[in-house]
Design a protein around this ligand. Structure first.
Ligand SMILES: Nc1ncnc2c1ncn2[C@@H]1O[C@H](COP(=O)(O)OP(=O)(O)O)[C@@H](O)[C@H]1O
Ligand SMILES: Cc1ncc(COP(=O)(O)O)c(N)n1
Length: 271
């Protein structure tokens, strides 16, 4: 098919409050001018204040969603987000092995900004042992990197050590997000590439609680840029700039950890 539209896939949970998960993923993909399909693996009752409840989707329906997408669409890059529990991680891993869904970015979502667990504790080992070896890019935040490595990460040297440790677990490219370093003036993420090169991406830390969905937005932007043909370093630099814009030009929604402004970079007629 000539000039086929660039297609991506998010494999994640929904957020009824609209700020994180699949909702943030699709808004980001749209703003980066790629088409996004979605395999829903959990449904959350959630808003900016917290996660009130969630339910994983049965394995059969997860398998059917993958089959529907893979039999019709040509996915160039995909990402995972919230994966809920052991059975869900295993179902996703089996489908990622079964179908060619392009470059895989794994955002190992564990705990929401409001404190609710989105991945059961016993599923952390399943993510580490079964999903990480499939990942082209892994994007943990600091608590997630600590859980996956068993290390305490308090400073930049430890972030660099943790990235190496994660690479040793089978991940090609590792991005450790520094958004949880609340005492710092900069929000700095560390990247260790497959070829051994490493670098930091930093931006001024914005003093706001309206950061619901930052991790989803960053990993979705990276996925979109990879699908468009960018190399991993360029995709990450673009992702960092995009997430910064969505935080800096905030919107007023809800009473807690508010969502991002995904149209912050929109240059068309916004009326
Ligand atoms: N207050 C902030 N100001 C600027 N950048 C931020 C802020 N909070 C998070 N970020 C950036 O957003 C991205 C997601 O980081 P983080 O919040 O750590 O992820 P998660 O949502 O997975 O917990 C990173 O690039 C991080 O540097
Ligand atoms: C369905 C879903 N997926 C991911 C997150 C993480 O986002 P955050 O860390 O910003 O709360 C979330 N809260 N809900």
């Amino acid at each position: 098919m000539a000039n086929e539209t660039i297609q991506t896939l998010t494999i994640a949970g929904t957020d009824s409050g609209g700020g994180a998960g699949v909702m943030a993923d699709i808004k980001t993909m749209q703003m980066r001018h790629v088409f996004s399909a979605a395999v829903i693996v959990a449904v959350t009752a959630q808003n900016t204040i917290g996660v009130q409840d969630f339910m994983p989707i049965p394995k059969k329906l997860i398998d059917e969603q993958f089959a529907s997408v893979a039999s019709d669409l040509k996915i160039r890059a995909c990402k995972t987000g919230m994966l809920a529990d052991v059975a869900t991680v295993e179902a996703v891993v089996a489908n990622l092995k079964k179908y060619d869904l392009g470059t895989l970015t794994v955002d190992p979502v564990m705990v929401a900004k409001g404190g609710a667990r989105l991945l059961s504790e016993d599923a952390i080992n399943t993510v580490r042992d079964e999903l990480l070896p499939l990942a082209d890019i892994l994007t943990p935040n600091l608590p997630e990197a600590e859980e996956l490595t068993g290390m305490k990460i308090d400073d930049k040297d430890q972030m660099m050590d943790a990235a190496k440790k994660l690479q040793d677990l089978g991940v090609k490219n590792v991005l450790i997000k520094g958004g949880h370093q609340t005492e710092s003036k900069e929000s700095s993420d560390f990247i260790l590439l497959e070829n051994g090169q490493s670098f930091w991406v930093s931006s001024p830390r914005i003093d706001t609680v309206r950061t619901h969905g930052t991790g989803d937005t960053l990993s979705s932007c990276i996925t979109a840029e990879i699908a468009k043909g960018a190399d991993v370093e360029t995709a990450i630099r673009t992702g960092k700039k995009y997430v910064q814009a969505t935080i800096a030009n905030g919107i007023q929604v809800g009473h807690g950890h508010g969502p991002l402004n995904h149209w912050a970079t929109f240059e068309g007629d916004g009326e």
